[in-house]
Design a binder for this molecule. Structure first.
Ligand SMILES: [Zn+2]
Length: 367
């Protein structure tokens, strides 16, 4: 159904979409290529929410040459009035001949309506070309539209024997500089970075994007920092609260502490779950309500264990350093004892690479 050329042009559109990896949020990353008589005449990428969509950039470059052209776009063109007019209308007005989308709009309420509007105006449409690749560009946006939850990644730095901190909590630095730079990329593409109170009390991290090139790509906009702190133990002086843009989720209120945190600039949300703990599912629902697409968890075994047990982690980023820390050191997930191998958690490894002296694995739970 799709030709070799179709694949080639859609790959170019996917590459263009990648330009928005760190900056389109809460919008999806989208790329577009317009082809006339075997030549690319327009290219576009969506870069920032509120700015033109990929199709509009590509149509502007193509100008008159868009008439009768083939349009390759990584996501179904929009048909609703958001912050910008609908792209479907602009494509109709330009008189394009054919529109190929990598995937339909993941929002079930509008899926198919953009392509439908094109068809109603005599434009040939198709979708599903390189759909898997297109979905991988926007796991958070798709998750939010289809499940009402963000896509949650957990980054775990460990020794080769799977230990993440000494028994006394010390964990700096297990992995090398290059692994930490790689984590900065994942942090920068996330809408939120989440940690637990244990890590905040032990390491007093800032959890922000520090690489100047990444900060520039994001126009200085930092991910929301989220601290899971059931009984409000965080200090108003914690570095993670500096500069604002930090949400503290708690379960048990303490009027004096919450007032002190608010005056330190923290946002607070009370989401009680079982046993005086924060309901992690409610927290993720809350984050989706704030238009958070991708969440990067950088936490210790407590929060990781709780998220794992609630089946709320969608992807694991493991960084293994070539060191051994022994079985008195802390593991990755605090979980109740398993008594049968049938209770084990199975993962699918998507990627294995060497980063500096470390080994990096990206994996997802088999569900
Ligand atoms: Zn659009």
């Amino acid at each position: 159904m799709f030709s070799e050329d179709d694949h080639l042009y859609m790959r170019q559109a996917l590459d263009l979409a990648g330009r928005g990896l760190f900056s389109t949020m809460p919008n999806p990353r989208v790329g577009c290529v317009i082809v006339k008589d075997g030549a690319v005449v327009g290219r576009g990428a969506h870069l920032r929410a509120g700015e033109p969509h990929a199709e509009i950039h590509a149509l502007r470059e193509a100008g008159e040459r868009a008439k009768g052209a083939d349009v390759y776009v990584t996501l179904e063109p929009c048909s609703h009035h958001g912050r910008t007019p609908p792209c479907a209308d602009a494509l109709v007005a330009a008189g394009v001949g054919r529109v190929i989308a990598a995937m339909q709009d993941p929002n079930p309420r509008v899926a198919g309506t953009g392509l439908g509007r094109l068809q109603a105006n005599g434009i040939t449409t198709a979708s599903g070309l390189l759909e898997t690749e297109a979905r991988e560009l926007n796991p958070g946006f798709i998750s939010r539209m289809t499940r009402g939850l963000p896509f949650v990644r957990s980054k775990i730095a460990a020794s080769l024997d799977g230990r993440t901190a000494l028994a006394n909590g010390a964990s700096k630095w297990i992995t090398g500089e290059q692994s930490r730079a790689d984590v900065q990329q994942w942090r920068a593409r996330s809408c939120a970075v989440m940690s637990g109170i244990g890590t905040v009390l032990l390491d007093d991290p800032q959890m922000d994007v520090r690489q100047p090139d990444l900060i520039q790509l994001k126009s200085g906009k930092q991910p929301l920092r989220v601290v899971v702190d059931s009984s409000l133990r965080i200090s108003p002086d914690a570095r993670i609260l500096q500069g604002g843009n930090t949400l503290v989720a708690y379960a048990v209120d303490d009027a004096a502490r919450s007032a002190a945190l608010r005056s330190a600039g923290a946002e607070l949300v009370c989401l009680p779950g079982d046993a005086g703990k924060v309901s992690l599912r409610d927290l993720l629902l809350h984050l989706a309500g704030l238009d958070i697409n991708e969440v990067l968890v950088e936490a210790g075994q407590g929060l990781n264990g709780a998220l794992q047990q609630a089946q709320l982690i969608d992807e694991y980023l493991f960084y293994y350093a070539p060191i051994l820390m022994g079985d008195a050191a802390r593991g990755m997930f605090a979980l109740p004892e398993l008594t049968d191998m049938s209770q084990r958690v199975e993962l699918e490894i998507l990627e294995i690479s060497g980063i500096g002296e470390d080994v990096h694995l990206r994996a997802r739970p088999r569900r």
